[in-house]
Design a binder for this molecule. Structure first.
Ligand code: AMP
Length: 221
């Protein structure tokens, strides 16, 4: 099973993706995490991606697609994968369909997590990431046990460059400009599933993940 997660930065794709991947035994592939790993290891790819990421812009398709295709060759994707943050453009969606078709698979669900933008801006401002293991905390709703330290690995928590307010605005703009065509693309393929989340909707990422997991276990499609 291959599930694509749509939704703005900060909509909870990472949390939903992690839960679904664990409980459904699927690989969790986050292109944002793959880029950050490359940045940390100072690879050529990381150096190429850095300027785009720091500004909250999309890394060009040829770089992103190559990285994703390589990751999809790993054996943990045999049962399927949750794709978190890919595709972000229609071209990437088309490439993904081709990649999956070649191995006899398809996108089974595109889960669009719909959170109002005003909630997202606040959420991202309160976010802190672990330098060690990339775990994410919210200093208001999900603080670490010890301030500034990761519960899981003890690593230092920090505010990523792209979690700063001016960059967040740009990331949301980029998302607004690209999301409609992706939503239409998957809607036309009858695999789109939209779930509202956030304070106003009274639903957390955990609620969304639980609902989708149950439905998949009961035979989605
Ligand atoms: P994320 O953590 O998913 O918000 O990704 C962080 C940053 O990585 C984005 O702001 C982009 O610069 C880059 N990125 C991640 N996924 C993609 C993608 N599918 N296409 C282009 N750039 C991406």
């Amino acid at each position: 099973m291959f599930i694509v997660l749509l939704g703005a930065p900060g909509s909870g794709k990472g949390t939903v993706g992690k839960i679904l991947a664990e409980n459904l035994k699927l690989a969790h592939i986050s292109t944002g995490d793959l880029f950050r790993e490359n940045l940390k290891n100072e690879t050529e790819l990381g150096k190429e991606a850095k300027a785009y990421m720091d500004k909250g812009e999309l890394v060009p398709d040829e770089i992103t697609v190559k990285m994703l295709a390589k990751r999809m060759e790993e054996s943990d994707t045999a049962n399927g994968a949750i794709l978190d943050g890919f595709p972000r453009t229609k071209n990437q969606a088309v490439v993904l369909d081709k990649l999956l078709e070649e191995r006899g698979n398809k996108v089974d669900m595109a889960l669009n997590i719909d959170v109002p933008f005003d909630e997202i801006v606040e959420r991202i401002a309160n976010r802190r990431s672990c330098r060690g293991c990339s775990a994410i905390y919210n200093v208001v709703f999900n603080p670490p046990k010890v301030e500034g330290k990761c519960d899981e690995c003890g690593g230092e928590l920090y505010q990523r460059e792209d979690q700063k307010p001016e960059v967040v605005q740009n990331r949301l703009e980029v998302y607004k400009n690209s999301s409609a065509e992706l939503i239409n693309y998957y809607d036309a393929k009858h695999v789109l599933r939209t779930e509202k989340a956030g304070d106003k909707a009274g639903r957390t990422s955990y609620d969304v993940a639980e609902k989708i997991e149950k439905e998949i276990k009961n035979g989605w499609n």
